[in-house]
Design a protein around this ligand. Structure first.
Ligand code: SAH
Length: 328
């Protein structure tokens, strides 16, 4: 129980390691706390204590001469490596999110959205006004996505979809993976203007071989989504919203899609029982920002309120599932 209670301290230390780029500074071999402190611009004696505490959890390891080296866990805190957790370590512990977590009890008592109580705006409105946080948020989603994209692309028969819109598609790495794997498919990346502007710089959907089959469109999915596609995919997007908002997004997809159109919601699907499931904890983070993770029955209910019918839930080799829906 004490380990669980102090879990917050550990994530705070991991945040510091990410903030000071400690893993990147150890890329070329072990270094002392003094060397690391000089290059990171912090106090060496305290940095030694931070590293020693982290090493007790397998994040970095102390070797001879009081030098610290990377371990497999610490290596994930490097920037730009496959499966990098650097941006996630920053984003999930940033002060603006911690301030929102501090309102969890208030949220439980009043059902007010904790993020709203802390900042007076929704998380996405907040990010639009804080470009540095938006950048880290985008990087965090992209690095988590990198581990999921191939699993999602392989799990579903995307070849039967000539035109696919990724609604709230972020940087476009998932759409790029799917379009690349399906040579006849055309894709549309749809998101908020600032995200689309950034997606152009990321070059996922503008990469050679797929650029001519991909377009980028910006807008507000509560207003409308691009018209006439065969399927509308939403990954880690509906979980940001309550049922009412999700129904609106889905109804806009329904209105935009062709007669035989489909919606493909890619999210955690919570199973009954006590089994460990990362989605159950992420669900609380979603409560903090006004969203939720859903069970199959809960998805079926939001689908119904948008005039859609849940047809099946397709498992993938990652923790997410594909929830398919058609016109009811
Ligand atoms: N699908 C991506 C990103 C998920 S985060 C991935 O899995 O990595 C949710 C996305 O919804 C963000 O990119 C955010 O910018 C977008 N979004 C939030 N509100 C929006 C709105 N009103 N209209 C369009 N996109 C929106």
């Amino acid at each position: 129980m004490f380990t669980l209670i102090t879990g917050r301290w550990v994530s705070e230390l991991i945040y510091i390691a990410a903030k000071l780029d400690l893993a990147d500074r150890l890329k070329h071999g072990p270094r002392t706390a003094e060397e690391l402190a000089t290059s990171a611009g912090v106090q060496a004696p305290t940095l030694y204590r931070v590293l020693r505490a982290l090493a007790s959890f397998g994040v970095f390891a102390e070797t001879k001469g009081r030098r610290f080296k990377l371990t497999p866990l610490a290596a994930t805190l490097q920037k730009g490596v496959s499966g990098s957790m650097h941006a996630a370590a920053l984003m999930l512990a940033e002060k603006y999110l911690q301030d929102a977590w501090a309102e969890l009890l208030h949220g439980l008592k009043t059902n007010e959205i904790p993020f709203f109580k802390a900042h007076g705006v929704s998380m996405f409105e907040y990010l639009e006004k804080h470009p540095e946080d938006l950048k880290v948020f985008g990087e965090s989603m992209t690095s988590v996505s990198a581990m999921e994209n191939t699993a999602i692309a392989a799990a579903y028969k995307f070849s039967g979809i000539p035109n696919l819109v990724d609604v709230g598609g972020g940087n476009g790495s998932l759409l790029a993976t799917i379009v690349k794997a399906n040579p006849k498919m055309r894709g549309v990346l749809f998101d908020q203007p600032s995200v689309i502007a950034r997606a152009m710089q990321h070059h996922y959907v503008t990469a050679r071989g797929i650029a001519e089959r991909c377009t980028l469109e910006s807008g507000d999915f509560f207003e409308a989504v691009p018209k006439g596609a065969d399927a509308y995919m939403m990954k880690r997007t509906l979980h940001d919203w309550d049922d009412e908002h999700c129904a609106k997004i889905l109804a806009n997809c329904r209105a935009a899609m062709g007669e035989k159109g489909k919606v493909l919601v890619v999210d955690a699907v919570i199973a009954p029982g006590n089994a460990a499931d990362r989605g159950k904890l992420l669900d609380i983070q979603m409560f903090i920002i006004g969203g939720r993770e859903r069970t199959k029955e809960e998805f079926a209910k939001v689908f119904r309120s948008a005039g859609l019918k849940l047809t099946r839930v397709v498992p993938t080799k990652c923790p997410l599932r594909i929830v398919e829906g058609v016109r009811a």
